[in-house]
Write a protein that binds this ligand. Structure first.
Ligand code: NAD
Length: 244
């Protein structure tokens, strides 16, 4: 039990990587506040030990503050919420730009701002931000807004890490390659030829396959745990070889 006695908040825990991570954190003994904007997706946590399922829209600053204030303590914050827009700079719209910055980046800023005072008071805390290899690490075609927003996550992560490195607070980002989650299925099915689209996603993975969400979750558990006590300000890729 690597996380016994620790309390975690996970955003976008209704499905995909957030859900796999919330389950993995709870399996290691953490008390996990598994949150999502979609309450139906939280039904899947019924009866899961150590998981408190709570509806939370991370676009709502006051709601973030409320949920964090309701927690008995807060050792681990996993900012997982994000959305993938497709398209080039010429196709991008102002609405998409604003939405991506608000969900993929500003929500992390708000959650960290709400969580940090409690972590500082306790003298410990691990913040994990969801980025992507598609960021400042790698440019991928048709991901203009997405790559921009995830690069911002890496800057945000390093800034927080630098400011609180001497206060027991660690802040790291994780950078998955392509993970087979419900929203990836949506992106694939939005293509005229979904089968060809899936093949193209697989082709950009040197391992020749997509990741499963539970293959990303161990990185979250590691960064949440004291095993990573000397690790901060880093961007951890789990990408099937995309960035070799
Ligand atoms: P997903 O996209 O399938 O699910 C996203 C979840 O976010 C849903 O449960 C949804 O209800 C929730 N959500 C949406 N808006 C929200 C809001 N305002 N407040 C709270 N929750 C909200 O899951 P995924 O594919 O695992 O993606 C999770 C994160 O991982 C995202 O930040 C994504 O950018 C990142 N990521 C995904 C991949 C991938 O290939 N799937 C790769 C790299 C990074």
């Amino acid at each position: 039990m690597r996380l016994k006695g620790k309390t975690a908040l996970v955003t976008a825990a209704g499905q995909g990587i957030g859900r796999a991570s919330a389950l993995a954190l709870a399996a290691e003994g953490a008390q996990v506040w598994a949150t999502d904007v979609n309450p139906k997706l939280l039904d899947g946590y019924d009866g899961v030990e150590g998981v408190h399922a709570v509806q939370l829209d991370v676009l709502d600053k006051a709601a973030i503050g409320k949920v964090i204030a309701s927690m008995p303590s807060l050792d681990i914050l996993f900012n997982c919420a994000g959305f993938v827009h497709s398209g080039t700079v010429l196709q991008a719209t102002d609405e998409e730009w604003n939405f991506a910055l608000n969900l993929n980046v500003r929500a992390q800023f708000w959650a960290i701002q709400a969580a940090l005072p409690r972590m500082l008071a306790a003298g410990r805390g691990s913040i994990i931000n969801m980025a992507s290899v598609c960021s400042s690490i790698k440019g991928l075609p048709n991901r203009f807004i997405y790559g921009m927003s995830k690069a911002a996550v890496l800057g945000l992560t390093k800034s927080v890490a630098a400011d609180y490195v001497a206060d027991g607070i660690r802040c790291n980002a994780i950078c998955p390659g392509t993970v087979d989650t419900p929203s990836l299925a949506d992106r694939i099915n939005a293509n005229a030829d979904p089968e060809a689209a899936r093949k193209a996603f697989i082709a950009r993975q040197p391992m020749g396959r997509l990741a499963q969400a539970h293959e990303i979750a161990p990185l979250v558990v590691f960064l949440a745990s004291d095993e990573s006590v000397f690790v901060t300000g880093q961007a951890y890729a789990a990408d099937g070889g995309i960035t070799i």
